[in-house]
Design a protein around this ligand. Structure first.
Ligand code: FAD
Length: 670
């Protein structure tokens, strides 16, 4: 068996695993395993939203079970502690894992540049746990600070210092000022009592953007009360105090370090060459940055079967190290996978060719700047672009279901209007408000069905009751042909008798006719007089008219092509029974709140059939819309759907089909 092991299920590890499993899915002689310390893939690029209380923690966690569904990739939750490259073994606290090919993709961690007191006193934002810790701390600091009577402590608690004006620092500042606004509004605290300060050692924020976009971001931040201190060097920190190079200090309970990124301590501990120094000397060890040196095949320079990807590598292109960003992780992951496939299939190895599409940064939920594929955007459009990029990534790794989850987290479940469309679409109705409507609609359908029984729909001897839906003269399957002879003879005798009576009455009729003509003239004259005296009323839209004219094109088409054709094959008894049963069934489902979604859909469907048959009037349209309303979970409150639907979803989400297509109901992890 060939064992391919990937340590780290980040962007790089997942890209590699997906590519490997797709290319090698028919090979029964190999295993692909990811080892990660968490059971979920973290969307690192959205961590600031968790830290800043915009979205819920689940919005950045995608369970590996969901990503790999039924694929060849096996995921093991374990923390790798060391790797023995000679024995080809990966070691955790309790187990060892053998490999023939290894990909190291364990990501990066913050770099504190050895500045005194930073590591001990600063929060970081480089993992899911960091984001959650920061979120709880900031919430606590706000609440304590607002209630703190001592002015010095009050100010210290409400001062938030972010070191670094790169992507992470700016995105976090954007989230914090939005959160500040909602908290200040809630507790009636003046906004200017809360300080959010960005401290940046360089002369500018966001060095990878051009001057115009940088200036826009700085203006936007300042407009929202964020202090931006550029060319300001932090020289150290202690509990509650940040020291600046000019000798001044800032007192704060919340100091967040986003100013540097490194390789990782784990990569650093591996007996592999690191960049930028290659094989380490003692001096190098002091400066080492924990990034593994790889060649253009993403292969370690020390062992041919070991590859590394993403933030953890050191590889230079045009004398510059690759940026530690998602596109690097994805592309290096794919290159490593390509080259493992090439090694297994004994084909030519591929060299890494970076292909970057652009950069973007959000400043809170409603503003962003982007420079992608040669197009510069700012504000709403840039924010939309960022969402599109995220959706593109999500559909690739976990399908349409994960995109829907994203839309829910970012727009539909947002609580404090913190999205680029504010609260549009996020308001939620409580299910119990729909209960009376659901019961009423159910009752209407039950009585529609029962009335039909009363009208003789199930008395077959009387012939078809449903012929209002068909063209006259259409032969329907199963209908009994009546013998009309006796009726015709009787009718003709009656007609003769009537004729005699009419002749006799004709003389008298002439006299009556004259009287009637005189009376009718008088009535006409009176009507004209009344008409002249009254204002003229016009009905602009007659709601009692059918929506579709019964003799018009659509109704005729529906009747002749669909209903007539169908009725040639289905006995009318079956059809009538079906209509009665469906109406009563839908009604009962509504009343019991069982499969309400399906019942509401059928209710809408029946109304549409009646509409195209030319029998549904404008004043009944509301009934169609009740169907849409009831589809939104009306059976979950005081209905059987409360128990039945979760059970069905659980069963469905476990099926191979759902796992293969990612067509899950909701998030299967919940
Ligand atoms: C707040 C923030 C915002 C960012 N914004 C952007 C952005 O807007 N655009 C952009 O392109 N980039 C952004 N980045 C950078 C981007 O997130 C990284 O470049 C990317 O995550 C690197 O992917 P990776 O696969 O190398 O590592 P990661 O995604 O970090 O994954 C590493 C994985 O390894 C696992 N792991 C680590 N050690 C071990 C171990 N010993 N044993 C087992 N498992 C282990 C971890 O659990 C993790 O799942 C941002 C980063 C942060 C922190």
């Amino acid at each position: 068996m060939i064992e391919i092991l990937i340590t780290g299920g980040g962007y790089g590890g997942i890209a590699a695993a997906k590519k490997l499993s797709k290319a090698l899915k028919k090979r029964k002689d190999l295993n692909i395993t990811i080892i990660d310390k968490k059971p979920f893939h973290t969307l690192m690029t959205e961590l600031h939203e968790i830290a800043g209380h915009r979205t819920e923690p689940d919005s950045v966690r995608i369970p590996y079970a969901k990503i790999f569904g039924v694929s060849k990739v096996k995921v093991v939750i374990d923390t790798v502690l060391s790797i023995d490259f000679n024995k080809k073994q990966v070691q955790s606290a309790t187990k060892s894992y053998c490999y023939d090919y290894l990909i190291v993709g364990t990501g990066a961690q913050p770099n504190f540049f050895g500045i005194h007191g930073i590591q001990e006193n600063a929060f970081t934002l480089w993992s899911f746990d960091d984001a959650l810790k920061l979120r709880h701390h900031v919430e606590n600091a706000f609440e304590k600070g607002i209630a703190e009577p001592n002015r010095v402590k009050h100010t210290r608690l409400l001062t938030f210092v972010i070191a670094g004006a790169g992507f992470t620092g700016i995105e976090l500042a954007g989230e914090l000022f939005e959160w500040r606004d909602t908290i200040c509004e809630k507790w009636r605290t003046p906004r200017n009592e809360v300080r959010i300060i960005i401290v940046e050692a360089m002369a500018d924020i966001l060095p990878t953007f051009d001057a115009e976009l940088r200036a826009d971001v700085e203006y936007y931040l300042k407009k929202h009360g964020v202090e931006v201190l550029t060319s300001t060097f932090i020289t150290g920190a202690e509990a509650g105090i940040v020291h600046l190079k000019d000798g001044s200090t800032i007192e704060t309970e919340t100091f967040i370090w986003t100013a540097g990124v490194d390789g990782s301590a784990f990569a650093d501990s591996l007996e592999l060459s690191k960049g930028p120094f290659g094989k380490e000397t003692d001096q190098d060890k002091k400066n080492r940055r924990g990034r593994l040196l790889v060649n253009q095949e993403m292969r370690s320079v020390d062992y041919p079967e070991v590859y590394a990807v993403g933030d953890t590598i050191w590889f230079t292109e045009n004398n510059k190290p690759l940026p530690q960003i998602v596109e690097t992780a994805l592309q290096t992951g794919e290159t490593a996978a390509d080259n493992i496939i090439a090694a297994i299939q004994k084909t030519k190895a591929k060299a890494f060719k970076p292909n970057y599409h652009g950069i973007m940064v959000s400043v809170g939920a409603r503003y962003a700047v982007s420079n992608a594929m040669g197009i510069k955007l700012k504000g709403f459009l840039a924010q939309c672009m960022k969402h599109m990029v995220n959706l593109h990534y999500l559909i690739g790794i976990a399908g349409i279901n994960q995109c829907w989850e994203y839309i829910k987290h970012e727009f539909l479940d947002i609580r404090t209007q913190r999205s680029c469309v504010y609260g549009f679409g996020s308001y939620k109705n409580r299910g119990y408000w729909l209960l009376p409507l659901r019961l009423w609609v159910g009752l209407v359908w039950v009585f529609e069905g029962i009335n039909k029984i009363g009208e003789g729909w199930l008395s077959w001897e009387a012939g078809t009751k449903s012929n209002w839906m068909f063209s006259s003269g259409v032969e329907q399957a199963g209908i009994r042909q009546l013998d009309y002879t006796e009726a015709v003879t009787a009718a003709s005798d009656a007609a003769e008798a009537v004729e005699e009576v009419v002749t006799a009455a004709s003389g008298a009729a002439e006299v009556v006719e004259e009287v009637v003509t005189a009376a009718s003239d008088a009535v006409e004259a009176a009507a004209e007089a009344v008409g002249a005296a009254l204002p003229d009323f016009h009905t602009i839209w007659d709601f009692t008219k059918p929506i579709v004219d019964i003799n018009g094109g659509l109704a005729t088409w529906f009747r002749t092509t669909f209903m007539d054709g169908m009725m040639a094959y289905i006995p009318f008894q079956v059809f009538q029974l079906m209509i009665v049963a469906v109406e009563i069934g839908v009604g009962l489902m509504m009343i019991g709140g069982l499969f309400t979604w399906i019942a509401a859909l059928i209710s809408i469907g029946l109304c549409l059939v009646f509409t195209v048959s030319g029998m549904f009037e404008w004043n009944k349209v509301w009934f169609i819309f009740t169907g849409f309303l009831l589809m939104g979970g009306a059976g979950r409150a005081f209905g059987l759907d409360c128990w039945v639907i979760p059970a069905i979803k659980k069963w469905w989400n476990g099926t191979r089909f759902a796992r293969k297509t990612y067509l899950y109901f909701d998030d299967p992890s919940r």
